[in-house]
Design a binder for this molecule. Structure first.
Ligand code: NAI
Ligand code: MG
Length: 496
């Protein structure tokens, strides 16, 4: 069966209302409850989602468990081919998925949502090609024994995802898990349940039923029972540190492996000799202004050398001022909205905190959308705070919004120490033309993803994941599939 792309996201949202996808079929929540999904640009309801509970978790895990046995028996390449086929089919739906994710998350279609839908498809194609890389070893243990290792799937994998990049984050987990021979139950974020459900529907036209299941619901009612379910053998989680700790504890009780991709407060260090225009563009990309800063890798601590500080800040501000805030579905829009009321409150409270911070100066950028239809939308003008100290709360806590803290620096040793003075360690970047400085900084910065003179986002093939409280484990790469979605079995043949 082939699905035809539905380019009207409002129509598609309605059609996807009130459903989980379990065992290859749409079904309502076991208890019949739903919750509302709104359009952050207007705060109007666009759909409902199934309110998942333990009963739905039980059904999804049972179907995943049943499907996994046969899937694991297939050759790794055959599994990879089907996963790559999912990617190819999803590539035909990029426009559809981009529009729907823009509608439900408020991320601008042109700058963010369409791009994300493209990477989603690419992630499945990438992992699909890695089936035959699930290799073992032969070990020269004893000449009278043939000793080999094989990679085996872990079983049913639970993937718990957030709302900021739901397609990409889901794909990094699910594609790797499936190719490695596992089956998957995804719990979507309550703020963004629709587009990933559509992805599940599309994937189920390719995959055997039960292999890939999608539940919607809230953390305590749906996420927690999924982690606790005795037949779930691995959890891959992306979200807040606070929830990550809860998930880790529940998994520890069951003694199952966990991958955690948590928050960040990533430093970007701009040296006096940096290419000014390149670094300014990098600050815009790194801060994810087009995504309202709703990114775990956002370079939200911007260390700028004192000799170029004023010019640099003025240039960044001018560029953000030139960005258009508006309807996420409008092609002219650069910056959409904040996802939810909860996040809006959080962002506003941090802006207030910045205003109250001693020595800080607030620079408000861009302009609120003029369209009266968007009056109730969750728009926030991006803010740059200068005059910050690294010890300020605004520089220590993850905001997950369009708030950038600029810290002036003069001493290299001090700036490296300050960059590392953070509970987080997800990403970092250094901007300089001096190769020795770049080499030194990349070695010393405490982060899982360090870049010189650029601020790329997650890329299929590059291991991605943090140190310190930013998480445990890697994603998006071959090693992530081998280390986190298989276990290694050692087999010894006595040949005497
Ligand atoms: P969250 O961590 O509460 O939610 C992430 C996912 O975990 C959602 O699917 C949620 O339903 C689920 N969840 C919540 N409680 C759970 C539980 N007890 N057991 C299992 N699953 C559970 O994040 P939230 O509330 O969306 O955002 C709060 C803050 O977290 C943000 O402001 C941001 O700072 C950070 N965050 C970081 C993300 C990242 O990419 N690292 C993504 C989203 C949020
Ligand atoms: Mg939460």
């Amino acid at each position: 069966m082939t699905l035809t792309p539905e380019l009207d996201p409002f129509k598609l949202a309605k059609a996807l209302s009130g459903k989980h996808l379990i065992g290859g079929a749409f079904m309502p929540a076991a208890l019949g409850k739903t919750f509302a999904v709104d359009n952050p640009a207007t705060c109007e309801e666009i759909a409902t989602a199934a309110f998942g509970t333990r009963e739905d978790v039980d059904a999804a895990v049972a179907s995943a468990k049943a499907a996994q046995k046969e899937w694991a028996r297939q050759s790794a390449r055959a599994r990879g081919k089907l996963v790559a086929e999912c990617g190819r089919v999803l590539a035909n739906h990029v426009e559809e998925l981009g529009r729907l994710v823009a509608l439900e998350t408020g991320k601008a279609l042109r700058t963010e949502s369409r791009v994300e839908a493209g990477v989603l498809a690419d992630m499945f194609v990438f992992f699909g090609g890695l089936g035959s890389e699930l290799k073992g070893e032969t070990i020269p243990f004893n000449p009278d024994m043939l000793t080999v290792t094989v990679r085996e799937p872990v079983g049913v994998v639970a993937c718990i995802i957030p709302w900021n990049v739901p397609l990409l984050l889901m794909a990094m987990k699910a594609a790797a898990a499936l190719v490695a021979g596992n089956s998957v139950v995804v719990k979507s974020a309550e703020e963004a349940p629709l587009t990933v459900l559509r992805v599940a529907e599309i994937m189920n036209t390719v995959l055997p039923p039960g292999l890939f299941n999608m539940l919607s619901g809230f953390g305590p009612e749906c996420g927690a029972p999924l982690v606790e379910h005795p037949d779930v053998k691995k959890v891959s989680f992306t979200g807040s540190v606070e929830t990550g700790r809860i998930v880790y504890k529940a998994a520890a009780e069951k003694l199952i492996p966990v991958t955690l991709e948590l928050g960040g407060k990533s430093p970007m260090i701009v040296c006096a000799d940096a290419d000014m225009d390149q670094a300014v563009a990098g600050a815009l990309a790194g801060m994810r202004f087009t995504r309202q800063g709703q990114s775990c890798t956002a370079s939200s601590r911007l260390f700028v050398h004192e000799s170029i500080h004023d010019e640099f800040v003025a240039k960044v501000k001018a560029k953000v001022d030139a960005m258009v805030m508006g309807d996420p579905l409008d092609e002219k829009t650069d910056i959409g909205t904040i996802v939810s009321d909860g996040q809006l409150d959080r962002v506003r409270s941090y802006i207030k905190l910045g205003e109250e911070t001693k020595g800080a100066t607030k620079h408000v950028c861009s302009a609120m959308p003029a369209d009266p239809k968007l009056k109730k939308g969750r728009f926030v003008q991006p803010v740059i705070f200068t005059g910050m100290k690294n010890s300020d709360r605004l520089c220590q806590e993850e905001i997950f919004g369009p708030v950038c803290a600029v810290i002036k620096w003069s001493d290299y040793e001090e700036v490296i120490a300050q960059a590392n003075d953070s509970e987080y360690g997800l990403a970092a970047s250094i901007w300089t033309r001096d190769i020795k400085v770049a080499m030194d900084a990349t070695r010393r910065l405490e982060a899982g993803f360090v870049q010189v003179n650029q601020n790329l986002v997650v890329q299929p093939t590059l291991s991605y994941g943090g140190v310190k409280t930013s998480g445990i484990g890697k994603e998006a790469s071959l090693e992530s599939m081998l280390e986190h979605f298989t276990h290694k079995k050692t087999i010894i043949f006595n040949m005497k």
